[in-house]
Design a protein around this ligand. Structure first.
Ligand code: ATP
Ligand code: ATP
Ligand code: MG
Ligand code: MG
Length: 875
């Protein structure tokens, strides 16, 4: 077996509404060996992976897949089920999968859901290996495979704090995106509604607050000035200063580096000059400035305040063991470390206890060694500070905080100015006001860890991630999303995308748009190129000012990666016509229809709209079947019998009646605009643009745009290179009429034909090509269609896409002459040469149809002749 292609479809796609992995698999000689010809394969698999029994498969009951395997199925099907179960075995619960034979014998399209992309891909590779071994009768050892998959899983896993926030966001249907690989910098929500955070620092965490938290002395001054209890302390630059500071403060004291974390370099409970010396040095090794502080007797507490509210409080104890009268201290540590919650570093909920220098010193101070059998009930501390990262434990006390303590802690958050703050409070307990006990704030932390609150060693776990999300998105009904319009079809996508964008902008919204050509934020081009795939969605939805996203969605992106969003508000399906057939396993119009309907199938169910072309039978059939949300049809025929029921149900239809584009609903007819006043309609000659205009109006109406604003948009959208680069751009120069367009398939040219007929009065000179990846017959038909629209035709070639140079042009050329021998056809390979020749040849009254790739070059060339101003064109 060989994997020919393997990639994640990261959004709704041809196979599923959810994220799916696609694998193109050649099973080669196994095509001749269905599983019933492999003795014992099902028994072997069942023994290897007992949980595969749960796979119901098409049989619909547990054991279903094993039944299929015994009855005989293909290797691709086995790979699918293995890919699913391997993911289940490492903790990612998935169920959906499919193995579909392709148009090529022995080649299968295997798809299966995933949660983590890297793990999903790795599971697919492992599945192929295992399936091959099962077929070959070799032994399979699952252990190493599972270990490897776990490694992949852990390498990609979010840390506990980030994970808690992301999960809380997803529970509210707020989308989350990692913005930079290798960091936890995360975007929640879209466009103007988005918020960003990294670990537990948010985009509203104050940078001054951050600096204050980083400087223990600065923190203490601010809190001391405000009457919050803090240990008295002094900054020292030498040991001599430290000595006099200790005398002034009063013994016992603590030494620590002015700035630091994880308790590194901190020595507590210093009672002698000797200990002060080593404490000073330990701190000085970490920071040039050493803080000497009064030692406060009390327990370590961590108070978490989010958005001004105390949401969790925990008591932390340094790593310790409690004696049982039989085990040595070392044995007790080993028992502790075998707790599965204890992992390495910050990855797990608790951390392993490592015996180090400090542990030996601590034990020595109380007269113990690691070999001491600790008496029952006696506690031996193994570290001097209570950090979780050195093996400490936490007990949740959130429900036992005195209101005065709560008030003081929330006040500290305000005084320092941090939206998420971890306050280190030394106090005997939290049930008494601070002034009634020995207590003081020793430090505040920006970006505090959440582990100890989410999974305390003892006590109730606290949903801290939810508090962060509720702070970032205070409106409980908001999911941080902006309206998305997705526009697909065979032809007219770019035009409709630009027009919809124009209407929304006209109505006062800030719009991010992606199409074949550009990505634009309002009227600024931020990227150039073909942006009809998921890359545009990413760029637009990340932009912090965008209120509306309008996205052209082409077939290529859907098949390669899936959509760039999980759900849209309005989906537009313009038409489904023969183009690109034969690519990526789409060979029939029904298959093409399924691809395009992905866009309407991912519209949101509640409050979403699908805008469908009722005059296109394929759209009518497939679009209507897959559409979610409410349907708005558009049709040239206001009496379209297929829409009678839809209308009488008081659902919306756009149509043309008495020369006007109108909105129909039940008995009501609302005039939107005169077709003759819509510049891109060319007085009705460009019927396809009337359809595009109705589609864009439907999309805007779906978003709740007022009819007046829809009208204003339609009236002010001109077929100029500025507003519609390369689509039906019309000029007259020296009496020569010239239309620049981009149609390069038969249905697009058929649409264009009525416009050409409406504009041309004398000789028609055409310049045209098509990308080489179309089928031979399609290229010939294109030539035939061009022949019916031109008297003289220049064929050029820019994009061979896998064909021999000249082959594409030849097919178009012969298609044209075969269809109509009276047309003069000439092949000139260079686009600009062909254009130049056509322009030179044109005489007053002639009509030039320039179907060009290089719009700018052609426009420049036209400017070489006398040329009207932009204002005249617009007029
Ligand atoms: P972390 O990263 O855990 O916050 P840190 O390096 O910032 O550690 P501190 O928080 O200042 O260091 O101190 C670490 C621990 O030392 C405290 O949690 C507390 O147990 C102890 N400690 C610090 N200052 C005092 C003090 N004045 N009196 C008593 N114990 C103290
Ligand atoms: P592409 O797939 O190349 O991105 P597209 O779908 O974005 O194309 P446009 O660029 O808007 O389509 O239009 C290309 C050409 O297709 C137009 O210039 C016109 O000739 C034709 N066309 C536009 N709209 C329609 C339509 N609704 N129906 C048929 N043909 C159309
Ligand atoms: Mg601290
Ligand atoms: Mg396009």
């Amino acid at each position: 077996m060989r994997i020919l292609e393997h990639r994640a479809l990261r959004g709704p796609n041809y196979y599923s509404r959810y994220k799916t992995i696609y694998m193109r698999l050649a099973i080669d000689e196994l095509e001749e060996r269905p599983s019933d010809k492999v003795p014992g394969i099902a028994d072997k698999l069942e023994k290897l992976m007992p949980s595969i029994h749960d796979h119901r498969c098409s049989v619909g009951e547990p054991g279903g897949f094993l039944k299929r395997l015994r009855a005989g199925t293909w290797a691709g099907h086995l790979v699918e089920h293995l890919s699913i179960e391997l993911q289940n075995l490492v903790g990612f619960s998935v169920g959906y999968g499919k193995a579909i034979d392709s148009y090529d014998p022995g080649i299968y399209n295997v798809v299966y859901r995933y949660r983590d992309e890297a793990t999903g891909l790795a599971a697919g590779e492992a599945a192929v290996e295992i399936a091959q071994k099962l077929y070959d009768g070799e032994d399979v050892d699952l252990g190493p495979t599972i270990d490897r998959l776990k490694e992949v899983r852990d390498a990609n896993a979010l840390g506990p704090s980030t994970g808690s926030i992301v999960n809380a966001a997803k529970a509210r249907s707020i989308p989350a995106y990692n913005l930079t690989e290798g960091t936890s910098y995360t975007q929640l929500g879209h466009g103007v509604k988005q918020r960003r955070f990294q670990a537990t620092v948010t985009d509203s965490s104050g940078i001054i607050g951050h600096s204050i938290a980083d400087d223990k002395q600065w923190t203490k001054q601010i809190l001391d000035n405000a009457g919050v209890p803090v240990p008295r302390g002094q900054i020292c630059y030498s040991f001599e200063e430290a000595k006099s500071a200790a005398d002034w403060i009063g013994w016992p004291v603590v030494t620590k580096p002015l700035s630091g974390n994880h308790g590194r370099g901190v020595t507590t409970g210093i009672t002698s000059i000797d200990d002060l010396k080593s404490g000073y040095e330990a701190a000085h090794a970490r920071h040039e400035t050493v803080l000497v502080e009064r030692y406060i007797k009390g327990e370590d507490h961590r108070i978490l305040v989010i958005g001004g509210k105390l949401v969790a409080a925990a008591r932390r104890r340094p790593a310790h063991v409690t004696g049982d009268g039989t085990n040595t201290i070392q044995q007790l540590i080993d028992i502790e470390n075998s707790d599965p919650r204890r992992g390495v570093g910050h990855e797990n909920l608790l951390t392993q206890i490592h015996v180090d220098e400090q542990t030996h010193r601590m034990l020595e101070q109380v007269g113990y060694t690691l070999d001491t059998v600790l008496p029952e009930g006696e506690v031996a501390y193994l570290k001097s500070t209570a950090n979780l990262s050195t093996g400490g434990t936490a007990t949740d006390l959130t429900d036992d905080v005195h209101p005065e303590v709560r008030f003081t802690m929330e006040r500290v958050a305000r005084l320092v100015g941090l939206d998420i703050i971890g306050i280190d409070l030394l106090a005997e307990n939290l049930v008494l006001p601070l002034d009634q006990q020995s207590a003081g704030v020793v430090e505040v932390n920006a970006g505090p860890g959440f582990r100890m609150h989410m999974a305390p060693t003892h006590g109730t776990p606290r949903p801290v991630g939810e508090h962060v999300v509720d702070m970032l998105f205070p409106d409980p009904t908001s999911n941080g999303r902006i309206p998305i319009t997705a526009i697909t079809g065979t032809n007219g996508k770019t035009t409709t995308t630009r027009l919809t964008t124009h209407i929304l902008r006209q109505a006062g919204h800030s719009v991010g748009m992606g199409c074949t050509g550009t990505v634009e934020i309002d009227n600024h081009v931020i990227l150039r190129g073909d942006y009809s795939g998921p890359g545009a969605a990413q760029a637009v939805l990340q932009e912090p000012t965008v209120e509306h996203a309008v996205l052209e969605v082409a077939r290529g992106g859907i098949m390669r990666r899936g959509l760039g969003f999980d759900e849209s508000d309005v989906g537009v399906l313009l038409n489904i016509a023969s183009d690109h057939l034969g690519e990526r396993d789409i060979h029939t119009l029904d298959e093409l229809a399924r691809c395009k309907t992905v866009v309407v199938d991912s519209v949101k169910k509640e409050g979403g709209y699908c805008v469908l072309n009722a005059d296109d039978p394929l759209v009518m059939e497939h679009g209507t079947y897959w559409a979610r949300g409410e349907i708005i049809y558009f049709t040239m025929d206001p009496d379209n019998p297929e829409l009678t029921e839809h209308l009488s149900d008081h659902r919306m239809v756009l149509s043309v009646k008495n020369g006007k584009i109108v909105l129909l609903k039940g008995q009501v007819t609302v005039d939107i605009v005169d077709v003759n006043d819509v510049p891109i309609a060319f007085e009705g000659h460009a019927l396809f643009n009337v359809q595009n205009a109705m589609a864009a109006a439907g999309a805007a109406i779906g978003h709740g745009v007022e009819i007046d604003d829809v009208r204003a948009g339609l009236l002010t959208f001109h077929p100029t290179p500025a507003q519609m680069p390369g689509r039906t751009n019309y000029f007259e120069a020296d009496g020569v009429k010239c239309l620049i367009d981009y149609g390069h398939n038969v249905p697009a040219l058929e649409a264009l034909e009525s416009l050409v007929r409406g504009l041309a009065t004398k000789r028609r000179i055409g310049v045209a090509t098509a990308p080489g990846n179309r089928r031979d017959d399609d290229l010939r038909a294109l030539g035939g269609q061009l022949a019916s629209m031109c008297d003289r035709l220049y064929v050029y070639e820019t994009d061979a896409r896998g064909r021999e140079t000249g082959e594409t042009a030849k097919l178009i050329h012969s298609g044209a002459t075969d269809a109509d021998s009276s047309v003069q056809v000439e092949t000139i390979m260079s686009e600009q040469e062909a254009v130049a020749k056509a322009i030179a040849e044109a005489e007053e009254g002639d009509f030039l149809l320039l179907l060009v790739d290089d719009i700018e070059g052609t426009t420049e060339r036209l400017k070489g002749r006398s040329f009207p101003t932009q204002a005249e064109i617009a007029h």
